[in-house]
Design a protein around this ligand. Structure first.
Ligand SMILES: Cc1cc2nc3c(=O)[nH]c(=O)nc-3n(C[C@H](O)[C@H](O)[C@H](O)COP(=O)(O)OP(=O)(O)OC[C@H]3O[C@@H](n4cnc5c(N)ncnc54)[C@H](O)[C@@H]3O)c2cc1C
Length: 385
């Protein structure tokens, strides 16, 4: 797996290129064939989880010391991008495993890291990230979930909403209020296990896209967990949650990039086959210009995303701006490119017989989660370079 120092700002190393080839082959053989059915049936992409786990690609970011592949941020981006090119829902397996577990990696004690990163790396349990609530979305610090100390335990009560892979994951990083008077500085982070008494899940949300990725509420009803399950010090949970997003928004940019590339690749093939006015529609300049614009936008998004991944790896001081910029730009590009791909297929593009309408529906979520694109603009404006 590619190491940390062997790539410059914009150019992936040979190892990264080899990784891309390997993930692309795997995704085409083992993930793409199920993408339409996973969407149609709104079912978890078990085939993708099995294929990714068998090839050690389900949580590539986990450091080697915990039995992980030790992939750097760019390698992780490439894995997510290539899986998303075939199936956006499946790309949420490596992406959310990183999102859910990064708080532990960034701020957790050594014991916590050993305890939870080892099974994650082995493929014995996925991780989810529980920040949002029914009444606390963009204003995440307005959360109501409470954690109250009781001797050597914390007792958690509340409702987390929109939790990706809820019910499938074994482990949940949960942000909860430990001191209501301190707002964001009164929030702490905990690891909650699916098997903890008092944990249950809502019905799967019926969504526009990423239908193969389960999104459910997580209910915490007097969940009593040992005090050493707190991630970092009391009151640092919100800061850890935000620091996590600085790194993981880049994985959403990667997902957007993959979806857009998948749509462009499909449309590129289609326009060569489809004939109107006695020739392939690819011969018309109006079509060629659309394809050129789509490819140009994707490439710009890719450069921004890879540069952000390099910054994530190095921990650069402008990561907050760059992560938000990459996510915002790449997701807007994904929406534009997938919409254009549907246009290039004409009436056929508008049907579920072709994959581009799924890609267009899947692209939309990348403008919404890990902070909406309005929120990304707020983050960028507060952290201008
Ligand atoms: C499929 C899916 C999966 C998700 N997965 C997870 C997950 O795993 N874990 C998790 O914690 N969360 C998850 N989320 C939650 C997601 O991050 C939130 O939906 C998102 O942050 C927006 O919050 P909201 O839905 O409450 O919208 P709101 O905050 O109610 O926003 C509504 C609108 O108002 C805009 N808005 C709000 N405040 C401002 C402002 N100050 N200025 C300008 N515009 C503003 C927003 O941009 C948006 O357009 C997921 C959501 C979805 C749909």
């Amino acid at each position: 797996m590619a190491g940390s120092a062997d790539f410059d700002l914009y150019r992936p190393s040979e190892e990264h290129d080899m990784l891309r080839d390997a993930v692309r082959s795997l995704a085409e053989a083992k993930i793409a064939p199920y993408a339409a059915a996973v969407d149609e049936e709104a079912r978890f992409p078990q085939e993708a989880l099995d294929a990714l786990t068998a090839n050690d690609l389900h949580a590539v970011h986990v450091p080697e010391e915990y039995g992980g592949a030790g992939a750097d941020a760019l390698a992780t981006v490439i894995v997510i991008e290539e899986v998303a090119r075939a199936c956006a829902s499946s790309s949420l397996i490596p992406a959310v495993n990183k999102l859910g577990s990064l708080p532990v990696i960034l701020s957790g004690s050594e014991e916590l890291k050993k305890k939870y990163m080892t099974p994650l790396a082995k493929g014995d349990g996925m991780f989810s990230y529980c920040l949002s609530e029914p009444d606390a979305g963009s204003d995440a610090a307005g959360m109501k979930t409470r954690a109250v100390r009781d001797g050597d335990f914390w007792v958690l009560n509340g409702v987390k909403r929109w939790i990706t892979n809820a019910g499938v994951s074994e482990y949940y990083t949960v942000m909860a209020v430990t001191d209501p008077d301190k707002r964001s500085k009164g929030i702490s982070a905990f690891v909650v296990e699916k098997s903890d008494e008092g944990v249950s899940f809502g019905a799967p949300e019926k969504k526009l896209g990423i239908k193969g990725s389960p999104t459910r509420e997580v209910y915490l009803d007097n969940v009593r967990i040992p005090a050493d399950r707190m991630i970092g010090a009391e009151g640092t949970g919100f800061a850890t949650a935000m620091k996590t997003l600085d790194h993981t928004r880049i994985t959403i940019a990667a997902q957007a990039l993959g979806i857009a590339q998948g749509a462009l690749d499909y449309a590129k093939g289609y326009v060569k086959e489809r004939k109107q006015f006695g020739k392939p529609i690819a011969d018309f300049q109006g079509i060629q210009f659309m394809l050129a614009d789509m490819a140009m936008k994707i490439e710009a998004a890719r450069q921004l995303t890879y540069a952000a991944a390099a910054k994530s790896q190095r921990g650069d001081s402008d990561l907050t701006f760059q992560g938000a910029a990459a996510k915002c730009f790449a997701s807007d590009v994904a929406m534009e490119v997938t919409t254009d791909a549907v246009q290039l297929l004409g009436g056929y593009g508008y049907t579920r017989d072709y994959p581009v309408e799924r890609m267009m529906r899947d692209a939309k979520i990348t403008q919404i989660y890990e902070g909406t694109n309005q929120v990304q603009r707020i983050v960028m404006a507060r952290n201008l370079p």
